[in-house]
Design a protein around this ligand. Structure first.
Ligand code: CP
Length: 318
């Protein structure tokens, strides 16, 4: 993946997956997001991408990712074209390569793509090379790089840059979660002290736990001594009917509540990438309480996506 994302001079040209991204590139993006956050409100970035056109193509629903890319691009002065697949010529049989090629011919330089097919963003990058920039906004169960970056950014904001003494627990439908996959890859790269995953046995894949991630099916045990607890949604759209747990059973076993959180470190924080299903994977009181950083994650998503677009589009300029 490294070669698809970086050019010969090591510049980031596509953002497809955090797995394979060099540590230096990750840190540059996080530092750039921090600088953008510091500068926000001072008007210093408004025209940074004023000559750029960014297209968003979301073949799966989204609120946070789609809107924060729009806001991020607008704050940088770019023009945003929102392609709604249900209203586009994709409904008449046009393939994605042709859609992207035509939009590129009209002047679009960057394409923010969400799709149900694993690795489709990488396929587009391989096809078009560095003529344009592809940003993976979530592909199937494979990767969600900007979510992982904004989660790492949020953790860094709270705990500082040294993750080596921190323990994180990710709870839920790990098997179908591109967020879990990307977070595990990025937090491993950033030196997270310990990564645990917890969920029903049939929603815990073996490949995620192969490289040092600890898997546990008992939540009470998994919560012990962790600093960060991340709850995930059950991704019913990617499950077979037999996989879908009964909500009441799931909440009693794996739903995160204030009472269960007492088993974690005092001061442990709660995260969720959204969308949340209240009363299924997380209790409302906890989601809305003082230990929740869920809205902070959404806020930070704008800075991180500004950083990604600025890095990519700057490297496309002669
Ligand atoms: N976290 C996330 O990807 O949310 P959306 O599906 O709303 O974009």
């Amino acid at each position: 993946m490294t070669n698809l994302q970086l050019d010969d001079q090591g510049r980031l040209r596509h953002l497809l997956d955090v797995a394979g991204l060099p540590l230096a590139a990750t840190l540059q993006l996080l530092d750039r997001a921090e600088a953008i956050e510091r500068a926000s409100g001072q008007g210093g970035l408004a025209s940074a991408l004023s000559a750029s056109i960014v297209a968003t193509l979301f073949f799966e629903p989204s609120t946070r990712t789609r809107c924060s890319f729009h806001i991020a691009a607008s704050k940088l002065g770019a023009t945003v074209i929102d392609i709604q697949p249900s209203q586009s010529s994709a409904t008449k049989g046009e393939c994605l390569i042709d859609t992207v090629a035509n939009l590129h011919a009209m002047g679009c330089e960057a394409f923010v793509l969400r799709h149900s097919k694993n690795r489709i963003a990488a396929e587009m990058a391989a096809h078009f090379g560095f003529d344009l920039a592809i940003i993976n906004a979530g592909d199937g169960t494979n990767a969600h790089p900007t979510q992982a970056l904004l989660d790492a950014y949020t953790i860094r904001q709270r705990f500082g840059t040294d993750f080596s003494q921190l323990k994180i627990l990710i709870i839920g439908d790990i098997a179908h979660s591109r967020v879990a996959r990307s977070n595990i890859a990025l937090l491993t790269q950033l030196g997270m002290g310990e990564i645990r995953v917890c969920g029903p046995e049939n929603l815990l894949p073996r490949d995620l736990t192969a490289n040092g991630t600890h898997a546990c099916s008992r939540l009470e045990e998994a919560l012990s001594d962790v600093d960060i607890v991340m709850a995930l949604r059950l991704q019913k759209e990617r499950m077979h009917a037999a996989n879908i747990p009964d909500h009441a059973w799931y909440f009693s076993k794996y739903g995160l509540t204030e009472e269960k959180l007492r088993l974690a470190k005092p001061g442990a924080i709660v995260m969720h990438p959204g969308p949340m299903n209240r009363g299924v994977e997380i209790d409302s009181a906890l989601a809305d309480g003082p230990r929740s950083l869920i809205l902070e994650q959404a806020r930070n998503g704008v800075f991180v996506r500004m950083a990604v677009m600025q890095a990519l589009l700057a490297s496309h300029r002669p």
